[in-house]
Design a protein around this ligand. Structure first.
Ligand code: SF4
Ligand code: SF4
Length: 203
């Protein structure tokens, strides 16, 4: 089979100078600059209010308003008695394509509630923010509406949210005390506060 060699086109003299390209870029920059200058001035004078002008948002000090459907950091929703709505059905763990949810369910003392999550971890370092966990939950127990975008951390372990951080999105690691209203006791293990299956079963 014949091989067709395609040679890259040589740049012309003017293209090698790059001056036309620089001027073309400056033209776009100045067009936006003068358009926005004109519109912001006009808005101050109460004119052309319907024509939007570009604004610079000083992130992260200033946050852009998020759309209601925007997927931000997860949270677990709560019942009136401040316990999680989650019934430990494991649907979210099963559907998660990144396999970043870890749930350990326990028997709930209230016979009307089948189970509850003794442990509920989400590894944000692996999560792809697809929202499947929210879609699949039959109890509306997990949502991605905290508006928290800054999930960066200095270690992989810090990227792993546990049930304390999921129930109270304001909490940040290290968590050394558990004040959750649960039928089990959390304990500090390996520097992380974890709910323990053993403490539920008493084994
Ligand atoms: S958003 Fe997607 S990847 Fe992240 S925990 Fe939920 S199901 Fe898993
Ligand atoms: S968060 Fe929802 S889907 Fe996931 S285990 Fe709890 S009840 Fe089931």
């Amino acid at each position: 089979m014949a091989v067709r060699v395609v040679r890259r086109r040589e740049l012309t003299f003017w293209e090698k100078l790059y001056i036309p390209q620089i001027l073309s870029g400056l033209k776009i920059t100045f067009r936006h600059f003068f358009r926005n200058l004109f519109l912001h001035t006009a808005h101050l004078l109460g004119r052309y209010k319907l024509l939007p002008a570009a604004v610079t948002i000083q992130f992260p000090e200033e946050l852009r308003p998020l759309m209601s459907r925007f997927r931000s950091r997860h949270r677990l929703t709560l019942r009136a008695d401040n316990t999680p709505r989650c019934v430990g059905c494991m649907l979210c763990e099963t559907v998660c394509p990144a396999k970043c949810i870890t749930i350990v369910p326990g028997e709930h003392p209230d016979p009307n509630v089948e189970k509850y999550p003794v442990r509920f971890d989400i590894d944000l370092g692996v999560c792809v923010y697809c929202g499947y966990c929210v879609e699949v939950c039959p109890e509306d127990a997990i949502r991605m509406d905290t508006g928290i975008l800054d999930v960066a951390a200095y270690s992989r372990e810090a990227m792993r949210l546990d049930i304390h951080e999921l129930m109270d999105p304001k909490l940040r690691k290290p968590i050394t005390e558990c004040n959750l209203t649960f039928p089990h006791k959390c304990s500090l293990s390996g520097g992380a506060m974890k709910g323990s299956w053993e403490s539920v079963t008493g084994s």
